[in-house]
Design a protein around this ligand. Structure first.
Ligand code: ADP
Ligand code: ZN
Ligand code: ZN
Length: 724
């Protein structure tokens, strides 16, 4: 009898899988990890097929070293998910698997039978103790909470009651629960009419594939709506997957979810978890021993045999897209998964991505709206501040400084929000508002300081840097945003008694630093906060009543067409930070373009109008969602090598480009040409729609793999790039 053949996906930068022989193989070995000889060493991969025939003559195949059979095999729908990811994002399957599988499973180490978090309930003795008790104690508080809310998970109880839990276990007052209902809810508020209506429309989607866009301002109670849907899913024996954009937001939500469903098994997954915890959570979910999985983008790859619902919170958030390695969008994959498994998916946001908004406008998604805040609070007053004729003090206008001063006198907090994304800077004129547009495209030309050129990243047109404004002759033209570096010092000089606190990635490198900062702010130990995008998300500061926004214009005219969309989202969010408590909030945006529609819509809190305007512009310019893009990026020891290879790659593309209706632009050096001692260049591919792009990329990437690059060159494709 000839040996069986297994096809293995290996984590190597090559497009194909590899065949090996195995002495005995069962159909259940599909989806198992395996150790195989590779080159001069060994590698661990995943069995992705059990083909009848190999691609090479069988006698040339090597035998596998070991198949790892202690851990459960990955299910077929999971294999289909990673295969789709590899195909869609043009990335080797073995590398997708290596990213999606927790390292312990991948390394084929035995995965310890993950101990579940037991459910604890009040025993008869416990009830007696509760009835007999006279004095207040920690134990009593524990017993009382179990009595009021029903059984609860040990970990959750420990978080709240500490050592009283083990103590009560020893005394026999609490015992592992017998048959508690994981769908049991504790402390749920009564839904508003609007929330109730939303839950009713959304639950119509159960049992079939239906994407919903839950459009509701911050504080409108979207999370509360998700939790009710989750409850229905668990009650029906299903599992729910909840995706959140940031690790920093998971503990907050985890606490809320675990507190609401004390008897449910909640697994939280994100990249900052220890290896052991990550593989345990993964296996618990895969074996159906978790009711709720919540986590960041990577958790979209969690196997869930009883999946009943997917929620993507803050669906517009850019962190759903991975920017290195496998450049996937967790939101988009979540939609694919929902379709694959015939379950509903709820995308929630106050400022949906224009892609999702367009899908709702055209009926592909169902829109469900929460128009008012769940707990009464007024929206902040937002206004643009014209800085064209004003002399700024290191980027700060007198208007803004006075607003800060008023807050200081009242003992309230201010936030100076500095828009400092890594957007490519364009040149602008402070007197007349001229910007460096490309004469051939709808794009703006980007300033490359290294060789003092302006370049269009679309069509690769180049020009020198003008000495004065071509429109009005002002010699003070400069990139947006210069002069804000000394912000903190300027504030400290102007307000010597105020406590100024900087909140950005540098000040909050670790989770505990970040928590400490949040606590400091919450306790009112700071008067003026200086922050970047980190400040925009998810936190409530009751004493914060004023937000001043600097350098917003740089996004208005950035070369990246998504920059204005992100600016609008960010300003809506950052504005939402002001006046969350009892005090009304105010937002001032410094700008040279006070009449710009973005600021006008923002002042009216009118997302819908803004979305309509932007979608119109995108349609005219043929940008997504009215087109689909990919970037081919190359890095080498010098940019010339990268450009040459990209030119060759472009030549390979031209024969099919026309057939698929695809535009392949000329390669351009990236603005930050040098990074980590390598130089980078890219070229843009523009297709009329995703299917055309996919068809083109499949054909083209075969040619790319065949194009032997110079030894120093690395390349990758970025499909649906976040920035172009
Ligand atoms: P979102 O997710 O839309 O920002 P949340 O669900 O977090 O909104 O709700 C915002 C706040 O309002 C939270 O403090 C939440 O507890 C509260 N809340 C939500 N719904 C209700 C309700 N029906 N009754 C009382 N409070 C509510
Ligand atoms: Zn151009
Ligand atoms: Zn000018």
């Amino acid at each position: 009898m000839s040996p069986a053949i297994v096809r293995v996906a290996l984590p190597v930068p090559l497009p194909q899988c590899f065949d090996y022989t195995a002495e005995s193989i069962a159909p259940g070995d599909l989806g198992r990890c395996v150790r195989v000889p590779f080159g001069r060493g060994e590698k661990t991969g995943l069995i992705v097929a059990l083909p009848d025939a190999a691609e090479l003559p069988v006698e040339r195949l090597k035998p596998v070293i070991a198949i790892q059979r202690e851990a459960p095999a990955l299910p077929a729908d999971w294999l289909a998910l990673v295969e789709f990811t590899a195909r869609y994002y043009q990335h080797p399957l073995g590398e997708v698997v290596a990213m999606a599988l927790p390292p312990r499973l991948r390394r084929a180490d035995a995965v310890a039978g993950a101990e579940a978090d037991p459910l604890l309930e009040l025993s008869a003795a416990g009830r007696q103790a509760l009835a007999d008790s006279k004095r207040e104690s920690r134990a009593l508080a524990l017993l009382r909470s179990l009595d009021a809310d029903g059984p609860s998970r040990r970990q959750l109880l420990r978080d709240h009651h500490g050592p009283a839990v083990s103590d009560a276990l020893k005394r026999g007052w609490i015992t592992p629960g017998s048959a508690a209902d994981p769908a049991q809810m504790a402390g749920a508020p009564t839904l508003t009419d609007e929330q109730q209506a939303a839950v009713a429309s959304l639950s119509e989607g159960f049992g079939c594939f239906q994407p919903f866009l839950l459009f509701g301002v911050t504080g409108s109670g979207k999370t509360e709506v998700y939790l009710r849907l989750v409850q229905q899913v668990i009650a029906g024996g299903g599992q729910a997957l909840i995706l959140v954009p940031e690790i920093a937001l998971t503990p907050q939500l985890e606490g809320r979810v675990a507190g609401r469903f004390p008897a449910a098994r909640v697994v939280s997954l994100h990249s900052a978890l220890a290896e052991g915890a990550r593989s345990q959570g993964f296996v618990q979910a895969m074996e159906g021993r978790a009711d709720i999985v919540l986590g960041t983008r990577l958790s979209v790859f969690t196997p869930l045999p009883r999946l009943g619902l997917i929620v993507v919170d803050e669906e517009h958030d850019a962190s759903y897209k991975q920017h290195e390695g496998v450049r996937y969008s967790a939101r988009d994959l979540a939609i694919w998964r929902a379709r694959q498994r015939s379950v509903p998916i709820v995308l929630g946001s106050a400022t949906p991505s224009l892609e999702s908004w367009h899908a709702a406008e055209t009926g592909r998604y169902k829109r469900v709206e929460l128009a008012s805040r769940a707990v009464a609070a007024t929206l902040p007053k937002v206004r643009p501040v014209d800085v064209r004729r004003e002399k700024l003090q290191h980027g700060l206008s007198e208007h803004l400084l006075r607003a800060v001063e008023v807050r200081l006198q009242k003992g309230e907090q201010s936030l100076i929000f500095l828009n400092r994304r890594g957007y490519a800077p364009v040149l602008s004129c402070p007197s007349c508002g001229w910007v460096s547009r490309c004469p051939h495209c709808t794009a703006n030309m980007v300033l490359h300081l290294a060789d003092r050129r302006l370049r269009c990243h679309h069509c690769s047109f180049e020009a020198g840097i003008p000495l004065a404004c071509p429109d009005c002759g002002d010699q003070d033209i400069q990139p947006f945003g210069r002069g804000t570096q000394r912000l903190e010092e300027t504030l400290a000089e102007r307000f010597p008694t105020a406590r100024v606190l900087r909140v950005d990635r540098d000040a909050a490198r670790t989770r505990s630093q970040w928590d400490a900062l949040l606590e400091q702010i919450g306790n009112g130990e700071a008067d003026i906060l200086v922050g970047t995008q980190m400040m925009a998300k998810g936190h409530d500061f009751p004493k914060l009543t004023f937000v001043g926004v600097l350098n917003a214009d740089s996004s208005l005219f950035a070369a990246d067409f998504r920059a204005p969309e992100r600016l609008f989202q960010q300003l809506m969010q950052v504005g939402g930070r002001a006046g969350r408590g009892q005090l009304p909030g105010e937002v001032m945006v410094q700008t040279q373009y006070p009449d710009h529609p973005l600021y006008q819509c923002l002042a009216r809190h009118d997302f819908q109008r803004y979305a309509a305007l932007q979608l119109d512009e995108r349609k005219q310019a043929r940008f997504p969602p009215f087109a689909a893009n990919a970037l081919l990026c190359a890095t080498a020891d010098e940019v010339g090598t990268a450009l040459d290879w990209l030119k060759a790659a472009r030549a390979e593309a031209l024969p099919y480009a026309q057939a698929f209706g695809v535009m392949v632009f000329d390669p351009v050096p990236m603005r930050m040409v040098r990074l980590a001692r390598r130089e980078r260049a890219q070229l843009l591919v523009e297709a009329p729609a995703r299917p055309a792009l996919q068809a083109f990329l499949s054909a083209w990437s075969e040619r790319l793999w065949a194009l032997k690059p110079p030894r120093v060159l690395r390349w990758h494709l970025d499909v649906d790039p976040a920035e172009v």
